[in-house]
Design a protein around this ligand. Structure first.
Ligand code: ZN
Length: 395
């Protein structure tokens, strides 16, 4: 940690103006931004942009957040890992499990935040994905069937209490009769309700949005393999401007044309990139027996249910892939793609955005963007992450 009053200088090409700049950082904030005078050298400089905010991340390196074996130390470790992805803040995501496991998971995350200010800063909110989701194959994704259940307010309150009030996003299916009432209460308590892992019909989707649901979780994934052409819950969510959409743009979860269509239909302003990183992310290819089922990491990095290589069971690529994917597949420019991974999730959570201006939190990512023969970027290589004023060198 830099000492109080110590000034750190960071240089890079501004992601919006493309001009080289030097940021002065003091006490966790950007104190000054100065245009550099020698643009000739600027191509060697990394890009500098607001740090990424990943609202859906299930763990890393063999540890899921949703696990009876989660420890405070593991949470600290996974939070520290985020800087390598250019992520300055993220939502630890706890997925469908029995009540005891959910309570243990969120309590452990809350405890890590209470004991470690750095973790509290990096993980400002918990995302609870499930257990109130569809039990049908397809919409359920890799969530365990035995634990999928209809929404229950008392149960949610118990989990929220164990989380010390830190659950800020709840992904659920609105296909249950009591969903609208449940959503109204959840939204009234300050939780963002997201529609996901759903088999809901058009009326149920509309009722959920009327009740305050405001996000579609990984739109286009966690869905039936075959779907009536129309109407269906994809069109319903795609066409409703009251819903933002989170998208896994990792090159595996959605075909390029679908990304392009969704970004155009929702507009980039309503799109939020997520990694949806699995707890198995970061492990080498192979078969892994998790608590609930056997999963496999294929040589190309796809994470699938063992033996069923069409059924994705999570993601293994960090959010920077999504920034590149949004540029390549949807044709948006760098600044727009960066905002889909920074400003838009910040706004969803009611957090201040970082514009690389004096007074902003010193949360930024420095990266290279190697270009392919077609002139579009092929990768986002994080060089360093500035997290609350602390510079973490990555490559
Ligand atoms: Zn999911």
């Amino acid at each position: 940690m830099p000492q109080h009053g110590e000034i750190l200088h960071v240089t890079g090409r501004h992601y919006r103006t493309r001009r080289p700049v030097e940021l002065s950082v003091e006490d966790g904030r950007i104190a000054d931004v100065r245009a550099l005078e020698k643009p000739a050298e600027s191509n060697a400089l990394p890009w500098i942009a607001p740090g990424f905010i990943d609202i859906q991340s299930n763990g890393y390196g063999g540890q899921e957040f949703s696990s009876p074996e989660l420890t405070v130390e593991k949470v600290v470790e996974i939070a520290a890992q985020q800087a390598a992805f250019g992520v300055t803040q993220f939502c630890p995501t706890v997925t469908t499990a029995g009540l005891d496991t959910l309570v243990h998971s969120v309590r452990t995350i809350a405890e890590a935040c209470q004991r470690h200010p750095q973790v509290a800063r990096t993980a400002p909110a918990i995302h609870l994905e499930g257990p109130f989701i569809a039990s049908e194959d397809g919409p359920r994704g890799a969530h365990p069937l035995e634990h999928c259940r209809p929404p229950d307010w008392e149960e949610f309150e118990r989990i929220q209490q164990a989380a010390d009030g830190r659950i800020r996003i709840l992904t659920m299916s609105p296909e249950f009769a009591n969903a609208p009432e449940f959503i109204r209460r959840a939204v009234g308590s300050g939780v963002v309700v997201a529609i996901g892992h759903t088999a809901a019909d058009s009326g149920q989707i509309r009722a959920a949005v009327d009740a305050g649901a405001s996000l579609s979780t990984h739109l286009g994934n966690g869905a039936h393999r075959a779907l009536r052409r129309h109407p269906n819950y994809l069109w319903d969510q795609l066409g409703d401007d009251r819903l933002r959409a989170s998208l896994i743009v990792d090159g595996h979860h959605l075909p390029p044309e679908v990304v392009q269509t969704m970004v155009r239909a929702k507009t980039p302003e309503r799109c939020i990139l997520i990694s949806d990183l699995s707890g198995l992310a970061g492990l080498p290819p192979g078969r892994y027996d998790t608590q609930l089922c056997a999963l496999e990491i294929l040589p190309d990095g796809r994470l699938v249910i063992a033996g069923q290589d069409q059924l994705l069971a999570g993601a293994s690529r960090p959010i920077g892939y999504g920034v590149v994917g949004a540029m390549r597949f949807a044709g948006v420019d760098l600044a727009t793609a960066v905002h889909m991974a920074s400003h838009h999730p910040a706004r969803l959570l009611g957090m201040p955005t970082v514009d690389l201006l004096p007074g902003d939190a010193a949360d930024a990512v420095l990266f290279d963007l190697p270009l392919g023969a077609d002139g579009a970027p092929t990768a986002l290589v994080v060089r360093a992450t500035l997290q609350g004023g602390e510079l973490v060198k990555v490559a």
